[in-house]
Design a protein around this ligand. Structure first.
Ligand SMILES: Nc1ncnc2c1ncn2[C@@H]1O[C@H](COP(=O)(O)OP(=O)(O)OP(=O)(O)O)[C@@H](O)[C@H]1O
Length: 580
């Protein structure tokens, strides 16, 4: 598909004349070989010696000034940013001047990208597409496909995340630019590294180049026969919290911590990935943010209650859910919708104190406040967990985000300082491929094998009962709710449909984990939560409650399926093929 967005910016510099037009207009976007760029542009965009290196060393110096703190307040607590960092312009809003755009186009970037996302690509040069050999499709996200590929320069295996811009809306491009800017800010062994970008002037897609990671924690945890020991859980959690500590120190909230976004390589190293929902935050200069983030099962109560000023606590809540999930062997609060999710939270963690209801002034407090308070029962529920894990779970799953520990403080907790200690990542077992996608394929395969003896739908497909399906966490229904165009679009949708927020989630029959009882955990059984409690009668408010509390983002959802139908599954599509 050719570009329909914007005009190709005319290079102004003399160097621009040396940049030939690409030859690939109209070719299949999936085919990297269709992109052709001149030799003069073939420098790898890993311009670590340029802007990235400068940024990196500056932030590093700032990070050293940081003092890890104690509590994660609703606006980031004491995990605050140093003064110098705060003075930087908001990269979400700034874009280089026109002459810089011209230079970027001269360097090989497409005009549509330089025009809208100039700040994100600043100092980088696009990598030639034909220097990668695509090997396999390894993942599918809400707005991207992820491929395993070989870098033909050095033979290194990488992951290429292809972001499509089907209709090339500026806001979608800006949104992706935010992810790139955030990734460029981060540099830590437990955070996935953006190694470069691949694009062409005419193609309407962009490839993000990442180091390749063999597994993700959700896939691994769902692999039959894999049970994590206490030292292994400590090892994963230590890495997760170290990565989060780094993100938070650099002013980044991830806002979608869950197992499938925690990637693992064959040496046992865990890296936080998928910064598509991440946001920059500055506790000193509060900006309202959307509360419609984080996959439901890992979503903090303040978000469910509509908070628009929140901080690092939202990621730490998710980390608490993951810790308990790793020990329990299954998700601990698999709610079907926001009402049920909040109910599960209150039943396990207790309902908020009167003081919290008063001080927090959360938008949905009046709707969700239970008629009678719930008592906290984490210790009883998880009585068979290792005892040193309980204080950490207690603090990470604190209802009041001000009482939730920061990542830095969590890393100093008894959980990590008492025996048995975390094992070394390199001592973790070597697992077969185990992405969440592999787990889904395995489930589908198992269903297919069972199909002959089962009942069939009218269309001949085997009916599946909820308990046949593997648990699957529902992603946040929106991604870029802070972007005005999406806010406006959602307002329109809201007013025309007048649907409740929960209706935007996949209906119950699409979710395999519904009513999943909390039983038979690795560390003993704990009761499922009875949801038939008359004292909790939350009704979700209708949309239109304000710009940051709107229903599903349509642009991100729309991108979920590529035009033209069925996705190739892992292993399909003919093995290795040369791209260039
Ligand atoms: N560096 C990597 N190495 C290997 N696999 C990866 C890598 N990055 C992503 N993947 C795989 O691709 C999947 C989708 O990637 P990612 O989560 O970044 O995309 P997304 O479109 O932002 O997804 P989501 O819908 O979850 O927001 C991941 O769950 C993972 O299995």
């Amino acid at each position: 598909m050719g570009c329909v967005f914007g005009r190709e910016a005319r290079p102004r510099s003399a160097a621009a004349a040396a940049v030939p037009a690409p030859v690939a207009e109209g070719k299949d976007e999936d085919d990297l070989s269709s992109l052709s760029i001149s030799k003069s542009q073939s420098t790898f965009c890993n311009a670590e010696g340029g802007v990235v290196a400068l940024e990196s060393s500056r932030v590093e110096a700032e990070e050293e000034d940081e003092v890890g703190s104690g509590r994660a307040g609703v606006n980031g607590g004491s995990d605050s940013l140093p003064q110098r960092q705060r003075k930087k312009p908001n990269p979400r809003l700034s874009n280089p001047a026109k002459h810089v755009q011209g230079e970027q186009v001269a360097a090989g970037w497409p005009g549509w990208l330089a025009e809208v996302a100039g700040e994100a690509i600043k100092g980088w040069i696009p990598r030639r597409a034909d220097t990668f050999q695509k090997l396999d499709k390894i993942g599918q996200g809400t707005y991207s496909n992820v491929y395993k590929a070989r870098d033909t320069f050095n033979g290194k295996i990488v992951a290429l995340k292809k972001v499509r811009f089907d209709n090339l809306e500026r806001e979608s491009v800006r949104f992706m630019a935010r992810e790139i800017l955030i990734l460029r800010r981060l540099d830590h062994p437990n955070v996935v590294k953006l190694e470069g970008l691949v694009t062409s002037r005419m193609s309407c897609s962009l490839y993000l180049v990442f180091e390749y990671m063999e597994h993700d924690l959700a896939g691994l945890a769902a692999t039959p026969g894999i049970k994590f020991t206490e030292p292994q859980v400590k090892c994963y959690m230590h890495q997760l919290l170290s990565g989060l500590e780094h993100c938070h120190r650099r002013g980044v909230l991830h806002r979608d911590i869950k197992g499938s976004n925690l990637l693992l390589d064959n040496s046992g190293v865990l890296k936080i990935a998928d910064f598509g929902l991440a946001s920059l935050f500055d506790p000193e200069h509060k900006q309202p943010m959307t509360s419609r983030v984080v996959t439901l099962w890992y979503r903090a109560p303040e978000l469910l209650l509509g908070a628009t000023h929140y901080g690092v606590g939202v990621d730490l809540w998710s980390a608490g859910c993951i810790l308990a999930e790793l020990l329990a062997g299954k998700p601990i609060m698999p709610g079907r919708n926001e009402v049920e999710q909040l109910h599960r939270i209150f039943k396990l963690c207790g309902s908020p104190s009167e003081e919290y209801w008063k001080k927090s002034k959360l938008p949905h407090a009046t709707i969700f406040k239970p008629q009678k308070p719930y008592k906290r029962c984490i210790a009883e529920t998880f009585k068979d967990f290792p005892s040193s894990s309980l204080p950490l779970i207690e603090t990470l799953l604190a209802i009041d985000p001000a009482e939730r520990q920061t990542a830095s403080a969590s890393l100093k907790s008894k959980f990590f300082t008492t025996e048995p200690y975390a094992c070394e990542p390199s001592s973790l077992p070597k697992y077969p491929p185990s992405k969440e996608m592999d787990a889904k394929i395995r489930d589908e395969e198992a269903r297919r094998v069972r199909a002959p003896s089962g009942r069939f739908n009218a269309d001949g497909a085997k009916k599946t009962r909820p308990r046949d399906r593997a648990p699957r966490a529902m992603p946040a229904p929106e991604a870029n709710a802070e972007l005005q165009v999406n806010i406006d679009r959602r307002r329109l949708v809201t007013h025309s449909n007048a649907k409740s927020k929960s209706e935007k989630f996949p209906p119950p029959h699409q979710d395999g984990a519904l009513g999943f009882p909390l039983g038979s955990s690795r560390y003993g059984d704990h009761p499922g939560f009875d949801l038939g409690d008359a004292s909790f009668s939350g009704v979700l408010p209708l949309g239109g409650a304000g710009p940051t509390a709107e229903p599903a983002d349509t642009s991100r959802l729309r991108r979920k399926k590529p035009p033209g139908g069925r996705e190739r599954r892992k292993g399909e599509g003919g093995g290795s093929f040369q791209l260039g």
